[in-house]
Ligand binder design. Structure first.
Ligand SMILES: Cc1ncc(COP(=O)(O)O)c(C=O)c1O
Length: 395
């Protein structure tokens, strides 16, 4: 019913993934599998809503209609069993903008913000750019390659007076390690934060991209006390491949937290978003579920093909496959290459443009992140290239 088999040419559309190839990889020849968007067409319900809006030939200032927020609220109820009220929701052009706003709203200069590396790099840069202290509570990795929270270390970091920790930025599901945090894990983490007056920014941008039997637990759903100390960021950008539409939301249930967030929000002047993103947002949440269900099957197929290839090659690269997200976190330690050599191996031998593990913090050394949200024809080519490189041949 939906076409996940053929690719559109993105090289001519200013797509960051393609345009930045010479800057990042020194060549435009690599198959780009880095930045977290998909080479898969945005769902037809979204593109037709945008086309229809474009036909009304006035693109003046426009309010985001309540019907769009209601579509998201219905989505949250149906997909995540979460009841959100209209007045809790803020429009935001991007999750990273919401993170910056929250950092400014809930901490002072010099205070500490906790992150859990290896993790999406803008968490750290947002903290630094706002002159706050970066407190690292690295994830723990067991012998099987599975990641978990290190709560002992978290407690030590929170209670250390000089850290002055006031906010934790949670990545749930986690980019790049692909964990979908279980309810008990989230509860233990959030309870610790709550006991020590540390607010939580829960970045749940990947929460719709979860593979059965794993289930996303919204942080806000845990209990009313945890809900009252948290901000949750969600949006259709990753789910429906419309990150370039620049639309997401920040959800804040507690009135006191909202007041603090709102002061920064007004100061920055987020305004109302774009005429095209409003209709895209509403159409995605109202009509996009069948497309998303089909997409998840396609992504799972890509994941399995990658797993099969890696198994055939003496596990020189291993991968604990993601419970959520379309990002495979490849452990290349057995290749015994330095990070710079690993990067060269993927660019020169495999002709693939991946994200180096080090870009997620030093904890990512020896890893590469591969974005497998591609149509079947690109996946075929990526696997062919990787296989040749693992056989010692070049592309
Ligand atoms: C965890 C996470 N948060 C936020 C973003 C970016 O979101 P936005 O484009 O809405 O700022 C990404 C994109 O890769 C991400 O992986």
């Amino acid at each position: 019913m939906f076409d996940f088999n053929t690719s559109l040419n993105r090289a001519q559309s200013n797509a960051e993934k393609y345009t930045l190839r010479p800057t990042l990889f020194g060549t435009h020849k690599v198959l780009p599998m880095w930045v977290a968007d998909m080479d898969i067409q945005t769902p037809p319900c979204v593109t037709s809503a945008v086309k229809k809006r474009a036909e009304h030939e006035i693109y003046g200032y426009e309010m985001m209609p309540d019907s769009a927020f209601e579509a998201q609220m219905a989505w949250m109820r149906q997909r995540h069993h979460l009841h959100v009220k209209r007045e809790w929701i803020y429009y935001s052009p991007s999750v990273v903008a919401s993170i910056n706003t929250a950092i400014r709203a809930f901490t002072q200069e010099g205070e500490g913000v906790i992150i859990q590396p290896p993790v999406y790099a803008p968490f750290e840069s947002s903290i630094r750019q706002n002159n706050r202290r970066v407190i690292k509570n690295a994830l723990r990795r067991d012998a099987s390659g599975r990641y978990s929270f290190d709560l002992e270390d978290l407690k030590a970091k929170i209670t250390c007076k000089t850290n002055r920790a006031k906010l934790l930025i949670l990545c749930s599901p986690h980019n790049p390690v692909g964990r979908v945090w279980r309810q008990e894990e989230l509860h233990a983490l959030a309870t610790l934060c709550l006991e020590h007056d540390v607010n939580i920014f829960s970045d749940e941008i990947h929460s719709d991209l979860v593979y059965a039997p794993h289930v996303h637990t919204p942080l806000m759903s845990l209990n009313s006390a945890i809900r009252a100390c948290s901000v949750t960021a969600v949006g259709p950008g990753k789910t429906f491949n419309m990150a370039g539409a620049s639309i997401s939301t920040a959800i804040i249930a507690d009135a006191g937290m909202r007041k603090r967030f709102d002061a920064e929000y007004q100061r920055i002047h987020f305004a109302e978003g774009s005429v095209f993103s409003h209709v895209a947002f509403e159409a995605a949440y109202r009509e996009g579920a069948p497309w998303l269900d089909a997409l998840l099957q396609h992504l799972q197929g890509n994941q399995e093909r990658l797993r099969t290839l890696l198994m055939h090659h003496n596990e020189s690269i291993t991968c604990k496959f993601p419970e959520g997200t379309y990002l495979a976190w490849l452990n290349c330690a057995k290749m015994a290459l330095k990070d710079s050599e690993l990067r060269s191996f993927f660019i020169e031998n495999a002709g693939l443009g991946l994200s180096p593990g080090l870009s997620f913090g030093k904890e990512g050394s020896g890893f590469m992140r591969l974005n497998f949200a591609v149509p079947s024809d690109i996946m075929d080519e990526a696997l062919r290239r990787l296989e040749r490189a693992l056989q010692g041949l070049r592309v």
